[in-house]
Design a protein around this ligand. Structure first.
Ligand code: BTN
Length: 248
């Protein structure tokens, strides 16, 4: 199978329901690795937990990358989340500071969310087949709906506007480097870098799970994605996505 550079083909759409949905039509194409579908206007942007992803038309970068990570075992699929979050942090770090990854893959500037990721996988026996990596980065939006808890954008952080096409091309270059590291099995290094950049990676903070609030510190994140916490009474607990929430 030919391996194409990520972002060699970028399909820019004026308007689309969701770039993830549009990118799914490439899932059956063995040669689609690296294709990027991008827009600044989504009518039904999809977020995590079945939420909508809101974005002012024209202001932000909304895109999906088609990957064929057929070398990656299903139980290691969270490594795609790790490299994606690391690449977004690296890109945005050229423009602003205070970036971190809120597990599993929200990107924060201090305590505000600047970017979200929605990854959708399909499998072939014990290996991944096609992965659609959907990324929304708030770039030039100045005002957000009051219903969003803690949004921010590059514009809100820096007072400047940015060219979306330039940012997307820069992102693709950074992402290719992280994807190469994954392919070359640099798993320890990827996991270490991800852990170092985690929101609240040091010290105790408050979390809620099963209706209970407790204080804990982050011990690590498994390649399968579970967050490993140690409570202030020394008990170790592992949580899958949606089983635990950060008290912000
Ligand atoms: C989240 O809830 O944090 C994830 C948001 C992911 C949004 C992006 S925007 C581009 C891509 N297309 C979608 O429909 N969703 C993702």
């Amino acid at each position: 199978m030919a391996i194409q550079r990520i972002g060699k083909d970028i399909v820019w759409l004026d308007k689309v329901d969701s770039t993830n949905l549009f990118a799914e039509r490439y899932a059956t194409d063995d040669y689609a690795h690296g294709v990027v579908v991008a827009t600044t206007n989504q009518t039904h942007g999809r977020g995590q937990r079945g939420n909508q992803w809101e974005s002012n038309p024209g202001d932000n970068l909304l895109f999906s990358i088609v990957l064929k990570p057929t070398f990656l075992l299903v139980q290691r699929q969270f490594l795609i989340s790790k490299i994606t979050a690391l690449a977004i942090v690296e890109l945005l770090s050229s423009y602003t500071s205070g970036l971190s990854i809120k597990w599993p893959n929200d990107i924060y500037v201090n305590s505000c969310k600047i970017s979200g990721v929605l990854i959708e996988n399909s499998f072939h026996s014990e290996y991944l087949d096609t992965t659609i990596v959907g990324i929304g980065i708030n770039v030039n939006q100045s005002e957000f709906s009051d219903e969003l808890p803690n949004p921010t954008s590059l514009y809100r952080e820096t007072g400047k506007a940015y060219d979306l096409n330039t940012l997307l091309n820069q992102f693709c270059q950074v992402y290719q480097r992280y994807y190469n590291a994954l392919q070359h099995n640099s798993i320890g290094e990827i996991s270490r870098s991800y852990f170092e950049k985690l929101f609240r990676s040091d010290g105790y903070s408050s979390y809620t799970a099963s209706g209970q609030t407790f204080r804990a510190r982050i011990i690590g994140v498994r390649d399968t994605g579970e967050l490993v916490l140690e409570t202030d009474s020394g008990e170790r607990k592992e949580f899958a996505f949606k089983e635990v929430a950060f008290v912000i």
